[in-house]
Design a protein around this ligand. Sequence first.
Ligand code: CA
Ligand code: CA
Ligand code: CA
Ligand code: CA
Length: 186
Amino acid sequence: MVGAGFDHDGGFFAGAAFFYTLDCGDCDEDCNANSIPDLNEFDSDGDGIIDECDGCPLDPAKLSPGLCGCGIAESNDSDGDGLPDACDACLDSDLAKLIAVEECPTGVPNQLLNDGCTMNDVLTECSVGAHSHGESTACVARHTNEWRRGGLLSGKDVGRIARCAGSSNERRPSKRVIEGRTPGRQ
Ligand SMILES: [Ca+2]
Ligand SMILES: [Ca+2]
Ligand SMILES: [Ca+2]
Ligand SMILES: [Ca+2]
């Protein structure tokens, strides 16, 4: 029923953009090839492209979902990882070429994940957020095994990262463990 609404009294569309160009350059344009000129079809967001040819029919600023999706403006990319801030879960990503666990180089390539965080971002969060050696290594193991299951890492890669995580823990025991071994300190 697209295009059949010209006799409509407008009440149904009150408040919504119902737009067709009167001053058109090409009045015969028919982007969806349905034999109804675009001039006579609905353009809900009023951006000049009819709904059926608009990848974001309710977002006047976009014609396609792009990287962040309809309804989300894609502005800055603060960390330069290719994902705009609006849909980047890690705005200051560690974009080093290789994964390092607490400065221990693993030799495994650092990859950018779909949410805008890199593997290094996630693994760093493991050591920052952990309360014990065990918690930190378990966190690293959980993520790396998940990436292995998803085809991002090989078993060998997981082993390299785990070895680094283990030795890092030996070099830099967490605060809680230090406190546990030296009761009364601080
Ligand atoms: Ca439109
Ligand atoms: Ca649009
Ligand atoms: Ca970014
Ligand atoms: Ca990022």
